[in-house]
Design a protein around this ligand. Structure first.
Ligand code: URA
Length: 438
């Protein structure tokens, strides 16, 4: 097979066979295909698209480029969840221990922050001592002993996906639904869980800004997962404004702890119970998601989910005294209030701008591998739909770098839109794919 012929085939709108796709991924993984040719193929895919068969073959080839975990010896269905990325998205910190508290094993391989979106691993690593760099052996042991482990991505799983993602990132070929679906689902397939919940975010602070695209991605991933023998459900959730009030690593860990203590914010708790109910139904633990939600609400109230979170942190080396007394966490050196320029109703808290402010402050990375600052971020005091008075505080900016202060204040101030007429808060959940039960 000549790689150039495959580029020409895709460029001219023909479809590639499963053998051709497997050849492409294997050879690229072995570094037998130069980046300039792979970039040309990616751009041809970007414009011509991949059909369903091609997308599934692409996913399978990426998943098979490394090890594929197998939890079948546990004798229980292992659950996994994935978020397509958002601002203030601390769902995994609450949902994973919550589901594990219901004795459903959770094996979660998570990423670091990407662009303006935060990453679960950065959040967990803001707990002093916590290690997400587990070996696959240790990861599997923890899932089996404690029903819960969260680890960072490793090159041993889906190595071709890692290389391809880095290339897509710098060749303008990220935003293609087939490529995104194959990228996400290959990592989920390789991580070995039998039941997968996909949280597809939509709105200003999401990669899928339109609902139409979010549902298309959700449907594509569900189809791929089912074809590969997985139990899978997608939920399209709102990311027009940040989730909850906290954005930034330590601030989000504190908010997640507050949810695990049953102290809210309500919307984060509500979303976690909704997603968790679906997972419990998906693995067959309960008859329907509503029953799952009731069970999880009990586990949250009784403190069992919080205990599970603490156990996970302890098993992975984190210092529990920080969870017992959150005042021990480092704090930002300045806290700057952002005030309402006029009275009215909050129509918009632009999640994209808030995410960018968090990156500017140092909560995320501007260049690959950059060290992040765990203590900085944004703490909102209001949500869309709230009424505010002129001069009332809308948010606090937590920062350490004086040089980014004025740009951050400006960008954060511009994230808020206040109008005279009443505003309905956006729905938290836009839809479930497929509607449960399928
Ligand atoms: N997240 C992923 O894991 N892959 C993509 O392609 C886009 C977002």
């Amino acid at each position: 097979m000549r790689f150039l012929d495959l580029i020409l085939k895709k460029r001219d709108g023909e479809s590639l066979s499963a053998e051709e796709i497997s050849f492409i991924i294997q050879e690229y993984n072995k570094e037998n295909i130069p980046d300039y040719q792979m970039s040309a193929l990616l751009m041809a895919i970007f414009f011509q698209g991949l059909n369903n068969k091609e997308t599934s073959a692409f996913t399978a080839a990426l998943a098979e480029s490394g090890e594929v975990l197998d939890f079948s010896s546990l004798g229980k269905i292992v659950a996994d969840k994935h978020s397509s990325g958002g601002v203030g998205d601390k769902v995994t910190l609450v949902l994973a221990p919550l589901v594990a508290a219901a004795e459903v094993p959770v094996a979660k391989i998570s990423g670091r922050g990407l662009g303006f979106t935060g990453g679960t691993i950065d959040k967990l690593e803001s707990i002093p001592g916590f290690s997400a760099n587990l070996t696959i052996k240790r990861f599997s042991e923890l899932v089996s002993q404690n029903n819960l482990a969260i680890m960072a991505q490793t090159d041993r799983l889906t190595p071709a996906e890692g290389k391809l993602y880095a290339l897509r990132d710098v060749t303008g070929t990220i935003e293609n639904i087939s490529l995104i679906a194959a990228s996400i689902m290959s990592k989920k397939i390789a991580a070995g869980a039998g039941a997968i919940l996909l949280d597809v975010k939509t709105g200003r602070g999401a990669f899928m800004q339109s609902k139409e695209k979010a549902f298309h991605l959700a449907e594509t991933m569900v189809r791929i997962g089912k074809e590969m023998g997985k139990r899978v459900v997608s939920v399209v959730t709102d990311m027009s404004q940040p989730l909850g009030f906290a954005v930034g690593n330590i601030l989000e860990v504190k908010e997640a702890l507050s949810v695990l203590k049953g102290e809210g914010p309500q919307e984060v708790e509500q979303l976690c119970l909704f997603l968790g109910g679906l997972i419990l139904a998906l693995v067959g633990k309960v008859r329907d998601p509503e029953e799952g939600q009731e069970e999880l609400a009990r586990l949250l109230k009784s403190g069992v989910a919080l205990e599970k979170f603490k156990q996970m942190v302890a098993f992975q080396g984190g210092k529990l005294e920080y969870l017992e007394n959150t005042d021990l966490f480092p704090k930002a050196s300045y806290i700057e209030p952002i005030k309402a320029p006029k009275s009215g109703y909050l129509r918009e808290i632009d999640a994209l701008r808030v995410g960018r402010v968090a990156v500017l402050l140092g909560a995320g990375r501007s260049v690959k591998g950059e060290k992040i600052d765990p203590s900085v971020g944004v703490l909102l005091t209001h949500k869309v739909g709230d009424s505010v008075e002129e001069g009332e505080i809308l948010a606090f900016l937590h920062g350490n770098k004086e040089d980014t202060l004025s740009a951050s204040v400006k960008e954060l101030t511009n994230a808020f839109l206040i109008v005279d007429e009443r505003v309905e808060p956006p729905p938290l959940i836009h839809g479930v794919v497929p509607p449960f039960p399928s």
